[in-house]
Design a protein around this ligand. Structure first.
Ligand SMILES: [Zn+2]
Length: 457
């Protein structure tokens, strides 16, 4: 099956950052067969299905390098009270979700991702295999990672007692996930190994995680320098900052993606840069936490940069905009970064650090057709003199009209094709109310800063 998307503005996302006008893309099967002037491409593929995209722009699909889709259940609550993200409750709300509820909340997150231009995301969650099939059905490109740690349960966070049993359990789950999903759905699903965070992982777990990733040809990821609590805990138990603890256990390497890096010092930046580590710049959640990662310094040191949404939101348009604002404010710089830098981090940059850079991240011949179309004829986007800037500064998820992943339409003319949107939205609303009421009634004596709406019948 060949499709030609024609008469479009095409943001290729290639290295030269080429934008083509009155252009077309031919898609043959799952891959891009041609990109160029509409007259040439349409003539070369005259028998193809022709899709008129007049007034629309085609972008390479956005790549979310770090998210937890089940945290959509925490929306409206956990954005505003910092760490620990469980508030004072002994368990996280999302750990009380049934498998059916997990499937719905993960699908809700996938729907939001799709509606805001994301074609590929890395989902990191303990027990992700339980709802992987539901996620795969959305048609998105997925990197799945089971969130593991081997801190002994029952001790305060950041304690230094580790459980060998939990080390083995976590590694076992990761191996099963790779066995079950890596390379599946014709390569649309891959896996990562994901030890949770330095203060929650023993040296043995760190070393074994990297070894597993190397031996299976996957990447691996960890939260790093996420909170001041983490830094204090690692200083207390290891006597060094978190990055040095990872370095001392041979954990840093080019297959690694670290998320956050909010408080890394200059020696940590140097270590990460020398190892060529990938960084997921989770700018919107960082801003919500009152923090800003030294992204430009990390990049200058040798790190490769992608972007992620992390918790409670899947909107990568917002992440790009927050990233631009945050970095300019942090460095008191009116011009750097530019919108094109943000788009690059959110597309090719992310694809590269997830090990998918030769398959996705730009609209170039031979790559997978992972793309989305926006309606440019919108009051907040015209005049479209510089469409990347218009979209990064002013774009809204509702501008996204259609999406293709792996050459398949998963959203067309504003309608999600792989998800029953009305059902998912309604059911997710019920689940969100229900799970937070379960948390509050389970721990009636724990102070909770939110007044929940009345329980519905
Ligand atoms: Zn995270």
């Amino acid at each position: 099956m060949t499709t030609v998307i024609r008469n479009a503005t095409v943001v290729t996302g290639d290295q030269a950052r080429t934008v083509l006008y009155d252009a077309a893309i031919a898609i043959d099967g799952s891959r891009i067969a041609a990109v160029g002037p509409t007259t040439e491409v349409a003539a070369a593929y005259a028998d193809a299905e022709q899709v008129d995209a007049t007034g629309q722009a085609v972008f390479p699909g956005l790549v979310n390098c770090h998210t937890h889709l089940l945290a959509t259940a925490d929306r409206g609550i956990l954005e505003d009270f910092g760490f620990p993200t469980t508030l004072r409750f002994p368990t996280a709300a999302r750990s009380l979700l049934s498998v059916e509820e997990q499937e719905v909340m993960a699908t809700l997150g996938a729907l939001e991702a799709m509606r805001s231009g994301t074609t590929c995301l890395m989902e990191i969650s303990a027990g992700v295999a339980g709802y992987a099939q539901s996620l795969a059905r959305t048609g998105l490109r997925l990197v799945l990672a089971d969130n593991i740690n081997d801190a002994e349960e029952g001790q305060a966070r950041g304690g230094n007692r580790f459980s060998r049993e939990r080390t083995d359990q976590g590694l076992g789950r990761s191996a099963d996930l790779i066995e079950g999903w890596h390379g599946k759905e014709e390569g649309r699903v891959t896996c990562f190994v994901a030890p949770h965070a330095p203060e929650m992982c023993s040296p043995e777990l760190l070393r074994a995680s990297r070894e597993m990733a190397e031996s299976h040809g996957t990447g691996y990821t960890i939260h790093l320098s996420q909170s001041q609590d983490e830094i204090e805990a690692v200083m207390r138990s290891r006597g060094v900052p978190p990055t040095h603890y990872l370095f001392a256990n041979d954990f840093l390497g080019p297959r690694l993606v670290v998320a956050h890096c909010r408080y890394v010092n200059s020696s940590e930046i140097a270590l990460l840069g020398q190892a060529g580590v990938g960084v997921s710049n989770n700018a919107a959640i960082a801003a919500r936490r009152g923090a800003a990662a030294p992204v430009k310094e990390l990049q200058a040191a040798g790190c490769r940069i992608g972007m992620g949404s992390d918790n409670m939101a899947e909107d990568m348009v917002e992440v790009m905009r927050a990233g631009l604002f945050l970095e300019r404010v942090r460095r008191n710089d009116q011009m750097d970064p530019q919108p094109e830098d943000m788009l690059e981090w959110a597309t090719q940059g992310g694809a590269d650090i997830l090990g998918l850079g030769s398959e996705t991240g730009s609209l170039e011949v031979g790559k997978k057709a992972d793309l989305f179309l926006i309606d440019m004829m919108r009051p907040h986007l015209v005049p479209t003199l510089r469409i990347v800037s218009s979209f990064v500064h002013n774009g809204q998820p509702a501008d996204v009209k259609s999406m293709m992943v792996d050459g398949e339409w998963i959203m067309r003319d504003g309608k999600a094709l792989t998800i029953d949107e009305p059902y998912i939205v309604q059911r997710a609303e019920e689940i969100g109310h229900s799970v937070w009421n379960r948390v509050v009634s389970r721990y009636p004596n724990v102070p909770f800063p939110v007044k929940l709406p009345p329980v519905r019948e």
